[in-house]
Design a protein around this ligand. Sequence first.
Ligand SMILES: CCCCCCCC/C=C\CCCCCCCC(=O)SCCNC(=O)CCNC(=O)[C@H](O)C(C)(C)COP(=O)(O)OP(=O)(O)OC[C@H]1O[C@@H](n2cnc3c(N)ncnc32)[C@H](O)[C@@H]1OP(=O)(O)O
Length: 166
Amino acid sequence: MLPSHYRRCYGCGPDHGAGLRMRLTVGQQASIHAQLEVTDDHQGAPGLAHGGLLACALDEALGTVAWLLGTPAVTARLETEYLTPVPVGSVLHIHARCTGVTGRKISLVAEGRRNGPTGSPAVRATALFLAVDLEHFTTHGRVHDVAQAMADPDFDTIRRAFGINP
Ligand SMILES: CCCCCCCC/C=C\CCCCCCCC(=O)SCCNC(=O)CCNC(=O)[C@H](O)C(C)(C)COP(=O)(O)OP(=O)(O)OC[C@H]1O[C@@H](n2cnc3c(N)ncnc32)[C@H](O)[C@@H]1OP(=O)(O)O
C-alpha cells in the first residue's frame, strides 16, 4: 500500500476533511489498484455517484501510476466512459495502468468495477499525462504549499515508497 503523496490531496490525503481518502496499492508492472467507497457525500443524482467525482477517482489512480514511473506528472487529457450507474454503498475497485511512454507523454487507461475487482466495469478512462518538473508546482501553485509538503517529516518515506521501479 502506498502512502498518500500529499496529506491534503483531495483524492488520497488523510488530512483532507472532505476528500475521497482513497487507498492505493501497487499492482503488477506499471499499475495501481485503488478503492473508492461511495458514500452519501458523493451523490449527483439521488443515491448515485456523481460522474465528475468518479472521474476524479480514476484521475487519482492514473496520476499515481505516472508517479510510479519516477516523475511528477499532470493530467493533460482525461476521457471517461460511464457504463453503469454506481450506487451509494458500493465500493469501486479501480485498476489503472500505463500503456506507453513517449518522451514526456505518458498514456494510461483505468477501469472501475463494482462488486469486487473482477466485477463488470462501471466506468473506464483513457488519459494522457505530461511529466513536469517541480517548477510546475512552484510556478503555478503556491510556493508555501510545496515547501510545507516537502517539510512533511514523512516526505522521504513517501518519496521512497513511490521509488518502486516497475
Ligand atoms: C513537493 C511536492 C511535489 C509533489 C508532486 C506531486 C506530483 C503528483 C504525484 C502523484 C499524483 C497522484 C495523484 C494526482 C492525480 C491528479 C492529477 C491532476 O489532477 S493534475 C491537475 C490537472 N492538470 C493540470 O492542471 C494540467 C494543466 N496543463 C498544463 O499545465 C500544461 O498544458 C501541460 C503541462 C499538460 C502541457 O504543457 P507543456 O507546455 O508542458 O507541453 P506542450 O508543449 O503543450 O505539449 C507537450 C506534448 O504533449 C501534447 N499535449 C499537451 N496537452 C495535450 C492534450 N490535452 N491532449 C493531447 N496532447 C497534448 C502536445 O501536443 C505535445 O506533443 P508533441 O511533443 O508535440 O508530440
